[in-house]
Design a protein around this ligand. Structure first.
Ligand code: GDG
Length: 465
């Protein structure tokens, strides 16, 4: 008889659902963002529990789209002051910029690290309470870097994994963090540590080698000897739920929406940007590149429209509010300068669109401009390709997104170089169908290899060993 699969415990800062007032009634809504898009389908297929922060307001038998959620939710409730230090003080203000190699953006607030540790401790207790020894515990991302060692202290034989959704920087940048060693020691409590790319994995190994005493790092086998334990490091690029995306993208309602979008933009050709509002995503530079195209080519003003979808994110953080203001001004400025009757150059959404509408935009877009300054992977690039089930379309992709390691069919740009982006955008728009199709064909094969179920199953199988 086949052995039953071990239960899976997913642990992440944000959970897959939160209660929100929709049409006057409080309902559970799915959170936006790469992590939830990736892991919800995995837990649905396998069963288990998802541990995350929350107010404890989700109903016990949560119903989503009329059906009972096939896994449990456990919520960790933090006090307001701990949540602030952990989430804002450390995760957003320090770890996020460092991990994206933007050291100049870091704001140091000393005592917040105690809150980060307290929050990780609260997660540890919640995981211990909702799991058993034989479960697989898969901790996600940079909010929970102390948790693996905390769990290890309580569960010596547990299978613990940690996955890094964002980049891992070089050791010269990582060492800016005052409690760099505590973080690395926290992670070394895991058995298996995963990254999107070989470069991030090697950076991590280098940090451990340089900053943690009494360990042996084997760079070629990607293993760390730590006391009596061996920690394995793996390259496991995340993907997207391909089947689900393609089924929805092919829905006749989405096709109708594609036509509506094309009419709405007066049949101009669409250049699409889709991002969480974040300074790592390179949105301002992208707007400047589009402006350069409009400035240099009069005909472009009648032919092309840029559609920028921006999902609100970290809205109570000042750096994000300031960025939003600058983007609003830039969009207003470009539209004011280049609009003509019935033709606004940039159509801009600042909200979360339902998936059918998002996928209709992917299908309607002639060019996707995915130009982060730095990005762990970037699922938008993959989703764009997934939605283009036949024919062409052009993906313009930043060389500093993890996805660029895997998507060779994309046109590559340096997002800091606005002139390079404007030139590449122009070249993308000039490509004939015969030039687009072989590239898109290649991209489809590349995205096919990055299916999210394969990512999760592969990672879990390694964790189970
Ligand atoms: C982190 C890492 C890594 C966007 N607009 C709407 C919407 N979205 C969805 C997209 C996509 C997700 O949000 C964004 O994923 P990304 O990967 O681009 O970026 P992060 O949120 O920063 O994710 C990243 C990822 O983790 C996974 O490891 O790739 O590098 O930073 O799925 O579709 N979804 C809906 N409406 C929108 O308007 N419904």
């Amino acid at each position: 008889m086949a052995r039953a699969k071990r239960r899976l415990v997913v642990v992440s800062n944000r959970g897959p659902f939160r209660m929100q007032i929709v049409g006057g009634r409080k309902r559970p809504v799915r959170a936006a963002g790469g992590l939830v898009a990736a892991l919800d389908p995995v837990l649905r297929a396998r069963g288990g529990v998802w541990v995350s922060t929350g107010d404890g307001d989700l109903p016990k038998d949560l119903r989503i789209d009329g059906a009972r959620l096939p896994y449990e939710i456990a919520q960790v409730k933090l006090t307001r002051s701990v949540a602030e230090g952990y989430y804002e003080g450390v995760s957003n203000a320090m770890l996020w910029p460092i991990m994206h190699s933007m050291a100049a953006t870091v704001r140091m607030t000393g005592p917040a690290f105690e809150d980060y540790a307290t929050a990780n401790r609260a997660f540890c207790e919640a995981v211990l309470a909702s799991s058993k020894d034989s479960d697989l515990i898969w901790v996600q991302d940079f909010h929970l870097m102390l948790l693996p060692a905390m769990l290890r202290a309580e569960r010596r034989r547990a299978h613990i994994g940690w996955f890094c959704h964002i980049p891992w920087p070089g050791s010269d940048i990582f060492r800016v963090l005052p409690w760099r060693e505590a973080i690395l020691q926290g992670l070394l409590g895991a058995d298996l540590i995963g990254f999107h790319t070989e470069g991030y994995a090697q950076n991590f190994l280098r940090c451990v080698n340089d900053l943690v005493p009494a360990v042996h790092v084997d760079f070629s086998r990607m293993q760390i000897r730590h006391g009596r334990r061996t920690v394995r490091v793996v390259v496991a690029p995340i993907g997207v739920p391909l089947d689900a995306i393609q089924t929805l993208a092919a829905d006749p309602r989405v096709s109708a929406e594609v036509e509506r979008i094309q009419q709405w933009v007066n049949n101009r050709r669409i250049i699409l940007g889709v991002d969480r509002l974040d300074y790592t995503k390179g949105i301002e530079q992208r707007l400047l590149a589009f402006e350069q195209l409009l400035r240099s080519d009069r005909a472009a003003r009648n032919r092309y429209v840029m559609v920028q979808i921006m999902v609100p994110s970290r809205t109570d953080v000042k750096a994000y509010a300031d960025l939003k203001t600058r983007i609003d001004q830039r969009v207003g400025d470009i539209n004011g300068r280049y609009a003509s009757a019935g033709r606004i150059p940039i159509q801009y959404f600042y909200r979360n669109l339902p998936p059918p509408q998002l996928y209709a935009h992917y299908r309607a877009a002639d060019v996707a401009l995915v130009t982060p300054l730095r990005d762990g992977m970037n699922l938008v690039a993959l989703e764009y390709v997934a939605c283009r089930m036949q024919g062409g379309g052009v993906l313009v992709l930043s060389e500093f997104a993890g996805a660029a390691e895997y998507l060779e069919g994309a046109l590559r740009v340096n997002p800091y170089d606005v002139h390079d982006m404007a030139t590449t955008l122009k070249a993308a728009l000039a490509m004939t169908a015969d030039e687009q199709e072989p590239r898109m064909h290649r991209l489809r094969a590349e995205v096919h290899k990055l299916d999210v179920h394969r990512w999760a199953d592969g990672y879990i199988a390694q964790l189970e060993r």
